[in-house]
Design a protein around this ligand. Structure first.
Ligand code: IMO
Ligand code: MG
Length: 428
């Protein structure tokens, strides 16, 4: 059996897309297991950045079957647009792409309800991507959802859609004082989306299980990061899915006993988009330098990302929750400019030092970082491809991460280009 899970070890945007795409050339299958178009996975395709939101990051690699698993929420209109955009860049999206019939759909009313809710939260808004993710998952759990397989029986789908959309219009108009949505227009849009997406629908769990059982290389591609997990993240400042490695089983139909190595992807520093506690945040100065050098702007929303030093307390917690066997450290080159590089090794909460990551966002918001300083290397690492190309201080930084977490670093990424990776060990 050979399967690996690639998950974010922070609050998302760790560079999972690049890593997945890089490993996909050794894979037979790439399976997305949760999230939706809130994800923005930037991948270098022939020297150009391409952002995937719903398409698995292996889609540009020939011969790889890409699957959207039942744990994902799919915006049909957004997906059709994404497919068209990707095709216009010469990437094939045909028989290499399957959508599981059990994945639920994100409807226009999900986005409208989310926008109204976020507005009404005012200063305590979550700062979501407004892609309708939370409302779509909520509807799934309250059994008011629409599995994408329904598009194949459009008559039944339309009937259910009209009934649900009418109820959503009540919520929008009566509760939020918003405009009702045009249900006929939604039905027409969905009919067009169905024409395009039904050919990709499939019953995928058996297929993926058989691939793993027969020894094919299967990558389970996570979106967001472990600290945004609905159960284990900094609730309520989280996303609405199981972003940790545990999400693979319900998100694909592949049981935990068949899931292999878990690779955690973490930046050499840390970022967060949207609201929520962030102990090592650097509001200006060094934070701005990181943002500029790392081009830390959201791939989905364009928002500037909040930036800070690497947080080992949070990283250890994420390693535990997702059971990460090895780490991949990305964007190491962004730290090339710094004379010294602080690493947060403990928190001080209410005057007491601790290495425990608080489960409560309220408590986490009181955590102050306790730093250890590492010497910077102040040299360009972007051309490094072998470990002896890296300055000794950069290697020392990576070794320190290994010591502090107890988890080996399998590779470090030193630039956006697909080949800008220093690999320390075989991965797939
Ligand atoms: P990738 O896959 C970074 C954040 C949002 C917000 C919170 C909830 O590119 O790493 P949501 O729209 O999911 O309900 O928003 O989660 N968020 C992400 N942050 N990268 C992502 O995905 C994210 N997806 C959601 O900013 O704080
Ligand atoms: Mg992102």
């Amino acid at each position: 059996m050979s399967s690996i899970v690639i998950v974010g070890a922070q609050w998302g945007d760790e560079g999972k897309g690049k890593i997945t795409n890089g490993l996909a050339s050794n894979a037979n299958m790439v399976v997305r297991f949760q999230g939706g178009s809130n994800a923005g996975h930037t991948v270098d395709v022939n020297g150009e950045p391409v952002v995937f939101h719903l398409l698995p990051s292996g889609i540009s690699v020939q011969g790889v079957l890409c699957v959207i698993g039942p744990g994902v929420v799919v915006d049909p209109l957004g997906l059709v647009e994404e497919i068209d955009g990707v095709r216009s860049r010469g990437i094939e999206v045909g028989e290499n792409f399957l959508i599981d019939v059990g994945a639920h759909m994100v409807m226009p009313y999900h986005r409208a309800v989310e926008a109204a809710e976020e507005e009404s939260r005012g200063g305590s808004a979550i700062g979501t991507t407004r892609k309708g993710i939370g409302p779509a998952y909520s509807d799934r759990y309250s059994r008011e959802g629409l599995p994408i397989g329904m598009l194949a029986s459009f008559g039944e789908f339309e009937e259910r859609l009209r009934a649900i959309a009418a109820r959503k219009n009540e919520i929008l108009t009566r509760l939020h004082g918003a405009e009702p949505l045009d249900i006929d227009a939604i039905v027409d849009d969905m009919r067009r989306a169905a024409d395009r997406l039904v050919p990709h629908l499939a019953d995928t769990p058996d297929l993926v299980r058989e691939a793993v059982a027969s020894g094919s290389n299967v990558i389970f591609e996570g979106a967001q990061g472990t600290l945004l997990d609905i159960s284990f993240g900094t609730y309520p400042y989280v996303t609405s899915s199981h972003t940790s490695a545990a999400g693979v089983a319900p998100g694909t139909g592949v049981p935990p006993s068949m899931v292999g190595e878990v690779l955690g992807v973490a930046k050499a520093y840390i970022t967060r988009v949207g609201a929520g506690p962030f102990p090592t945040e650097l509001p200006d100065g060094e934070g701005e330098t990181i943002r500029d050098r790392g081009q830390e702007y959201g791939a989905t929303t364009g928002r500037p990302r909040r930036c800070g030093w690497l947080d080992i307390v949070a990283l250890r917690y994420a390693i535990g929750v997702s059971g990460m066997d090895r780490l991949i450290i990305t964007k190491l080159d962004v730290l090339d400019a710094f004379e010294t590089i602080p690493i947060c090794v403990r928190y001080r909460i209410d005057g007491v030092e601790t290495d425990r990551f608080p489960r409560s966002a309220v408590e986490l918001s009181r955590a102050e970082p306790v730093y250890e300083e590492m010497p910077g290397w102040q040299a360009d690492t972007t051309a490094a491809r072998r470990h002896d190309d890296l300055p000794p201080e950069a290697m020392a930084y990576l070794r320190r991460i290994e010591e502090l977490t107890g988890v080996p670093v399998a590779a470090a990424s030193v630039g956006a280009a697909a080949h800008a990776v220093v690999q320390f060990a075989e991965i797939l």
